[in-house]
Design a protein around this ligand. Structure first.
Ligand code: ATP
Length: 239
């Protein structure tokens, strides 16, 4: 597998505060990579630098060989990178279908693609199909998360970046979401998964990174990370 995404020595700041310190990580075509770490470690900021919501100060980000560090957020989406942010952020006053249509904006001219993809999203998430006319604000937390992921799929991404999809959800719902992420990946989409629920994420991922105070401290196969007692103690303690 070749590298699809490669971050090399990335530094990022909020004003004078340095949030990322020399982050290097790579994601191979077709794999699931998880980025673990505690609150405030820099996980969300890493995703934001990839989607260009936060500027890279030093270092480089390459996607399919292209330096994408100076592109705009919409150019990033055009390249095939979709970021599903923390906290779902669905449009509560709009219906499920309308939220999905918003996700298809980059492909809006290809009506056949939009139709086909929406059907596929409804296959992945039958609950969204049942509730397609319902206002998103009235969905449960798990359903809103499904909608946020479904919306992300509507532009047909090559790389799907998910920021804490398990946040605030009951264990059974977390399992459902993780199964669907696995299915999406098995259909050919690369996944970069930020999680505090390390246990759930490592079950699914091929590779894992641990980030602490803006730096990568551990990097290994998910299998090794699952077996390493010290890691289990330090990072799998979260629910
Ligand atoms: P969490 O799970 O709590 O979101 P995280 O690992 O995703 O944690 P980040 O959100 O990336 O962490 O935050 C990394 C650091 O950057 C933290 O110290 C945080 O306080 C700081 N930070 C994040 N967003 C901003 C912002 N908009 N302005 C200033 N500082 C910020």
């Amino acid at each position: 597998m070749s590298n699809q995404l490669e971050l090399t020595q990335v530094d990022a700041y909020y004003g004078k505060i340095q949030a990322l310190r020399g982050i290097s990580l790579s994601v191979r075509n077709g794999e699931i990579v998880t980025l673990l770490g505690s609150n405030g470690a820099g996980k969300s900021t890493t995703l934001k630098t990839i989607s260009e919501l936060v500027r890279v100060r030093n270092g480089s980000i390459r996607f399919e060989g292209e330096d994408i560090g100076k592109l705009s957020p919409h150019q990033i989406v055009d390249r095939g990178i979709v970021h599903v942010p923390e906290g779902r952020r669905v449009f509560g006053a709009m219906t499920v279908t309308e939220n999905l249509e918003l996700g298809s904006f980059p492909k809006r001219k290809d009506t056949q693609f939009v139709k086909r993809t929406m059907e596929h999203v409804f296959e992945l998430f039958p609950r969204l199909k049942e509730r397609h006319k319902q206002k998103a604000g009235t969905l449960s937390g798990g359903e809103q998360q499904m909608l946020a992921i479904g919306r992300g799929l509507m532009s047909g991404p090559k790389l799907l970046m998910l920021d804490e999809p398990s946040m605030g959800l009951a264990p059974i719902v977390v399992q459902d979401i993780m199964k669907i992420i696995k299915k999406i990946n098995s259909e050919g989409t690369t996944v970069l998964l930020v999680e505090q629920n390390a246990k759930a994420a490592l079950k699914l991922a091929h590779t894992g990174y641990v980030i602490e105070t803006g730096q990568i401290t551990i990097q290994d196969t998910a299998e090794k990370l699952r077996q390493d007692d010290s890691i289990v103690k330090a990072y799998l303690a979260n629910p």
